[in-house]
Design a binder for this molecule. Structure first.
Ligand code: ADP
Ligand code: MG
Length: 316
């Protein structure tokens, strides 16, 4: 029917049809990403300003898979100060190619925040790193992976001091089964992707998000991405050039991965001291925890929980 059905019925939101409940405020989207466009909108009942994400499925697809809708609806239960709150989920009907996700509205993303500030000081970098890891830790505890952590998915609310960091899109990748949906026109960045995914591993888990955290946190100091490859193989080689080509000794089983080749050049670790601004922003303790997040072997990579206990965060 025209009124549609909510994925998970809620007593307080069933009276007004979705199309009338959320009024789009600007024609121009706030952003366009992997999963579709994001619009600024207002809840006409509560006057709350929200971010309305419209996900479009590929023409060939059957409609929205019910598993995806169920999966996403579960994310409404997720509530943490460092995770963008999913407020509502709406799909017109089973054959619909459009899914609407309603999120809390956050001022800007980290990319734009850094652009407006020019750079981030040591205290802000530590605060953002801490908040990022707290959000990640909460989701990992619930066995929810992000799989696409990147600065555009970290939103900054400047209403508080220090500014609040909130992670967007947690759990969406799994709902859609592929991290890169077919319907995207945007070039998907692989700069924050972990080496095990880049080398073709299909059995991966929470450490993939920790790798992304390490690369994002380091970039808060360097102000330019660590591994800005224009393809997966280019990204792998950029990682190897900075961190050294992994050996069996530091990553047992690396040569069994589908896309790892014995013939790859054998680079040496360049050393964090040579990377601009890392030392002045993070000091030896900060560099140590970032290096633990960028360990090649996923089993040896630090967990979010242990990272939060690291002396860099615990000390004074
Ligand atoms: P991607 O798939 O690349 O992560 P998104 O579709 O999630 O892209 O979002 C694109 C852009 O829209 C983000 O980089 C951000 O600037 C903006 N955006 C997304 N969610 C929100 C939100 N909850 N509040 C404000 N802006 C948002
Ligand atoms: Mg996003």
């Amino acid at each position: 029917g025209k009124q549609g059905t909510r994925a998970a019925m809620e007593a307080d939101s069933t009276t007004v049809p979705f199309e009338e409940l959320y009024e789009r405020l600007e024609k121009k989207p706030l952003g366009e990403g992997t999963y579709g466009e994001v619009f600024k909108a207002r809840n006409t009942r509560t006057q709350e300003i929200v971010a309305l994400k419209r996900i479009k499925l590929d023409q060939e697809e059957e409609g929205m898979p019910s598993t995806a809708i169920r999966e996403i609806s579960l994310l409404k239960e997720l509530s943490h100060p460092n995770v963008v709150k999913l407020l509502d989920v709406y799909c017109a009907n089973a054959s619909s190619k459009k899914l609407y996700l309603v999120f809390e509205m956050v001022d800007m993303d980290l990319k734009r925040y850094v652009k407006t500030k020019g750079s981030l000081d040591a205290a802000t970098c530590k605060s953002f790193a801490l908040q990022l890891l707290e959000g990640v830790e909460c989701c990992h505890t619930k066995r929810i992976l992000h799989r696409d952590l990147k600065p555009q998915n970290l939103l900054i609310s400047t209403k508080s001091n220090p500014p609040a960091l909130k992670i967007a899109d947690f759990g969406l990748a799994r709902a859609f089964l592929t991290p890169v949906p077919k319907y995207t026109h945007e070039v998907v960045t692989v700069w924050y992707r972990s080496p095990e995914i880049l080398l073709g591993s299909t059995l991966y888990s929470v450490p993939v998000d920790i790798w992304s955290c390490g690369a994002i946190i380091a970039e808060m100091a360097t102000l330019s991405p660590l591994f800005p490859g224009d393809s997966e193989i280019d990204t792998i080689f950029r990682i190897f050039r900075k961190l050294g080509t992994p050996t069996e000794q530091e990553w047992k089983g690396v040569h069994a991965l589908p896309d790892m080749k014995q013939s790859f050049p054998k680079w040496q670790h360049r050393g964090w001291e040579k990377i601009p601004r890392m030392h002045e922003i993070f000091g030896p303790l900060g560099i140590s925890v970032i290096a633990d997040m960028l360990k090649y072997d996923p089993k040896e990579r630090i967990s979010a929980r242990r990272a939060l206990q690291h002396p860099y965060f615990v000390g004074q």
